[in-house]
Design a protein. Structure first.
Length: 217
């Protein structure tokens, strides 16, 4: 079986997903899409949003769209969910308010019947780090929502989730609060790009400037 991680700028790696299966890796902003067919894809977060002028994004959207059309199983997390929504013709817009930290998410009736999301239970805490959200694309079904926005949908063999489910026990031990998460991000940002540092500071302030924070995982 051939599986692919799709990573984006400043979005982090696969986390727990890398512990359960051997994946190939594609950094979408550094190279062209990989050749050949894949049996499943997982798309991760980014310090950007759909609609930002990223020179690599159109090529990824076209590549993902072609795989969706032939039913390749796919999971999109945070920015990866935006990619799936946009590739299927769904809107990606700014949410009413940013969601930073741990927030409750509730499954819809469709979510409770879904073979993937139903394992989460009717309501569960989700680690959020985004201020943009998606509309449900044509043919899609809403699976979960928070008080702020849609949280998950499914179209065929593709699932998209706003929250991140990549954290390990080691990463969250010592306090799974929004403050801990933000401080950890802030320390990491000091060694990353100036854009990421500005982005993290905006999120920490929690002001209207934070509305520019991306659907990052």
């Amino acid at each position: 079986m051939r599986l692919l991680h799709v990573e984006h700028p400043d979005g982090g790696g696969p986390g727990v997903f890398g512990d359960v299966a051997r994946f190939e890796n594609w950094k979408a902003w550094e190279s062209k899409p990989p050749d050949g067919d894949f049996d499943a894809l997982v798309l991760y977060g980014a310090a950007t949003n759909i609609g930002d002028p990223e020179p690599w994004l159109d090529a990824e959207l076209e590549w993902v769209r072609a795989r969706l059309e032939v039913g390749v199983p796919m999971l999109g997390l945070c920015f990866g969910a935006q990619v799936i929504a946009a590739a299927l013709g769904g809107p990606v817009v700014r949410a009413a308010t940013p969601e930073i930290g741990w927030h409750p998410v509730t499954l819809t009736d469709a979510g409770r019947a879904d073979p993937v999301l139903s394992a989460m239970g009717d309501e569960f805490p989700a680690c959020q780090w985004h201020s943009y959200t998606f509309g449900i694309p044509p043919g899609g079904e809403l699976l979960a929502a928070s008080d702020v926005c849609a949280q998950a949908f499914r179209v065929g063999n593709a699932w998209a989730c706003s929250s991140t489910r990549r954290s390990t026990a080691r990463r969250t031990s010592g306090g799974s609060t929004a403050t801990t998460r933000i401080r950890t991000r802030s320390r990491r940002a000091s060694t990353r790009s100036p854009r990421t540092l500005r982005w993290t500071r905006r999120c920490r302030r929690g002001t209207s400037a934070g509305a520019r924070c991306s659907g990052r995982s």
